[in-house]
Design a protein around this ligand. Structure first.
Ligand code: ADP
Ligand code: NI
Length: 223
């Protein structure tokens, strides 16, 4: 039987290989930051650090957005990795359950995390969508979805249902990356589970607001 440290280190190698060369901001370095922030936030919660680390490391190996909005189409990859690691059924179930409820699916459908482990990884993942890195990741992701940087004629969707929100990933709704700030990124600070993440999110959000002010200032060319 493998010990926990071995499982973690093998999982790191697996994820590095899986996410190698990923160009939309879901690369290994994103996962590495989420893993590190998660460990930092774990100090605040009574969470199981092994589960936290496995969830953080594996959270982007399968993602509904990479599969044109089809849920769970890649979930076998994750499941078979957990089998390979010979985890107990209980541990595998915990890890898979948290990863499945992690993804933000629209304003009205932010998944409420029930477990302490889920709460810290959700915060860490959301933090990495904010601030300077968050801005870079948003534009990199936007490129993948074929979005324009900004189009004043395309208004952001406010109070979207899960179905409405998802349409941007299936091509049924044209969106812009600037809209994504208003549809999601600026809302995340109020959805943080832990105090540390809340504080970090506030600073990162102020920075994004300053960025948006500058963006629109430069957009409106004055003579
Ligand atoms: P989470 O991991 O919290 O579910 P997502 O997977 O939705 O978040 O988003 C991961 C990254 O992709 C974030 O940096 C986010 O800003 C970016 N992203 C997701 N959807 C869009 C979009 N429509 N436009 C621009 N960036 C996006
Ligand atoms: Ni992520």
């Amino acid at each position: 039987m493998m010990n926990k440290d071995e499982v973690i280190s093998k999982t790191i190698d697996f994820v590095k290989t899986e996410l190698k060369g990923e160009t939309t901001g879901h690369d290994w370095f994103h996962t590495e930051r989420v893993w590190k922030i998660s460990l930092k936030l774990t100090k605040e919660e009574v969470a199981n650090p092994f589960i936290v680390q496995m969830v953080a490391l594996l959270h982007d190996v399968d993602d509904w957005k990479f599969n044109n909005g089809k849920d769970d189409s890649n979930v076998n990859k994750l499941g078979s990795w957990l089998k390979k690691m010979a985890l107990s059924e209980e541990e595998s179930k915990q890890i898979l359950g948290i990863i499945n409820s992690l993804a933000f699916k629209g304003e009205g459908h932010s998944s409420a995390m029930e477990t302490e482990e889920g709460k810290v990884v959700q915060d860490a993942d959301r933090l990495d969508a904010l601030g300077a890195i968050g801005i870079a990741r948003a534009f990199a992701s936007g490129q993948q979805f074929g979005q324009m940087i900004y189009d004043p004629n395309i208004k952001p969707l406010v109070g979207a249902t899960k179905e409405e929100y998802k349409k941007q990933y299936t091509g049924e709704r044209k969106n812009t990356t600037l809209n994504h700030f208003y549809e999601k990124l600026l809302l995340l600070k109020d959805l943080m589970n832990t105090e540390t993440a809340k504080k970090m999110a506030e600073g990162r959000t102020i920075f994004m607001q300053t960025y948006l002010e500058k963006f629109f200032e430069e957009w409106d060319v004055k003579d």
